[in-house]
Write a protein that binds this ligand. Structure first.
Ligand code: 7TS
Length: 409
């Protein structure tokens, strides 16, 4: 993988911020977009902007072909068996809410259990909390190991024959831990529960094979994987989706509309009410082409290398606490940390003055912050365009932050 060549494809990286070359270390929040994705969006709006699935005119046909072509790219990307199993949503959040509101409402009753973990993003907590409240169900949390991983033993101790849904993230946006989804799905299925996977932090960085994982649903967002904002994917096994009721109603998703009753289109369109996210889906298709041209295996290996280097270099800073697995082979490309006696927002502010973008806060994971016994952390997250030199700049910035605040104190 030639990172210098890759960087040239990301025009946004070639700029100065506060008088320094931009060091963008916030890709877990949203990744930057390569020129091929930007040009694909531009081409859609400049050459064939049209609504889909309606007219017989030439532009409409092209837009429909490109939109449905993007669905096939997504299918192949995650190795789903059919495009009927691929639903375009606004993002991972909408995808998870759809599962909770449709599958969840139909299958979860009083006293049933929904199992998630202490490391989940709010997008994989609140939809289940709401469902549990509505149905009188019990929301249970798999406890984490000391090093911020999930052990299969802990899953086995939490899932019971009353569990209807297990919903776990594949990669943590805070700890970087990679969870044993395949084994967790096996435990869920042994107890007659379904397995929902939050793949928001996995899809950008590693190969996902839904058949191998044997998950029932998978959610992810395009904007974290070099694609546009406002679009994401809900994968679902056809056997579930076929029986599920839509959660949004209106144009595009209907077959016949009467005065009192209506019927729905077949899969996947019954879950795509209204004018769909046409440009976004086509842009996601271009992002998948871009990532596959480089190779997801290559991207994952490169990010492991960056994370290992970052862990090694950052560990040399006095007073730094790094959260999540210490073993770099157990974590994806991000490092969440705190510096003693400095608030993470101050860390991010000082780094920003150096042109370095990191995120500070609770990272939409307040239960995890409680588990870590902190109110907030700073996080540097890497993608295929980051370099070891940028990590050196981060480390130098952190040393400067520490010195600055020790002078103040
Ligand atoms: N799940 C995980 C694991 C995430 O990291 C995020 C976003 C989401 C779900 C929600 O994705 P959305 O595209 O629907 O918003 N995570 C982050 C983050 O870590 N910093 O900013 C957003």
């Amino acid at each position: 993988m030639d990172v210098r060549e890759i960087r040239k494809q990301f025009p946004i990286l070639n700029q100065e911020v506060n008088g320094h070359p931009l060091v963008y270390l916030d890709s877990a929040a949203t990744s930057q977009k390569p020129i091929s994705v930007i040009e694909t969006l531009e081409r859609y709006y400049k050459e064939y902007n049209s609504n889909v699935h309606r007219g017989v005119h030439t532009l409409g046909t092209r837009a429909t072909d490109e939109y449905e072509g993007a669905r096939e790219k997504v299918r192949k990307f995650i190795n789903a068996t059919s495009t009927e199993e691929i639903i375009f949503t606004r993002g991972a959040t909408t995808a998870l809410n759809t599962v909770a509101q449709s599958y969840g409402r139909a299958h979860v009753g009083e006293g049933d259990e929904i199992v998630i973990s202490h490391m989940e993003h709010h997008a994989n907590i609140i939809p289940w909390q709401q469902l549990a409240k509505e149905k009188g169900a019990v929301l249970k949390y798999v406890p984490l190991e000391e090093d911020g991983t999930i052990s299969i033993e802990a899953v086995k101790q939490t899932v019971t024959s009353n569990t209807k849904i297990v919903s776990i993230m594949m990669v943590s946006n805070v700890l970087g831990s990679m969870n044993p989804i395949e084994q967790i799905a096996e435990v869920a299925h042994q107890h007659g529960a379904i397995m929902v996977v939050d793949g928001a932090q996995a899809a950008p960085h590693m190969l996902i094979d839904v058949q191998k994982l044997n998950c029932d649903f998978l959610a992810f967002s395009a904007h974290k994987m070099a694609g546009p904002t406002g679009v994401g994917v809900l994968y679902g096994k056809k056997q579930h989706l076929e029986k599920m009721e839509p959660v949004e109603f209106g144009g595009e998703m209907i077959d016949f509309v009467g005065l009192q009753e209506s019927t729905w289109k077949e899969l996947p369109w019954k879950f795509e009410a209204g004018t769909p996210i046409i440009a976004g889906a086509i842009g996601l298709g271009a992002a998948i082409d871009f990532l596959e041209d480089i190779g997801l295996d290559e991207i994952e290996a490169y990010e492991h290398k960056l994370a290992a280097y970052a862990m090694e270099q950052m560990s040399t800073i006095d007073g730094i606490s790094i959260y999540g697995p210490k073993d770099p082979s157990k974590r994806a490309g991000l490092v969440t940390f705190n510096i003693s006696d400095v608030h993470p927002h101050d860390v991010a502010t000082v780094l920003d003055a150096e042109g370095i973008a990191v995120r500070a806060g609770h990272h939409c994971a307040q239960p995890l912050m409680k588990w870590l016994k902190v109110s907030a952390t700073a996080r540097a997250s890497f993608y295929l365009y980051n370099t070891e030199e940028e990590i050196d700049k981060l480390v130098a910035g952190l040393v400067k932050t520490k010195e600055y605040f020790s002078d103040v104190i």
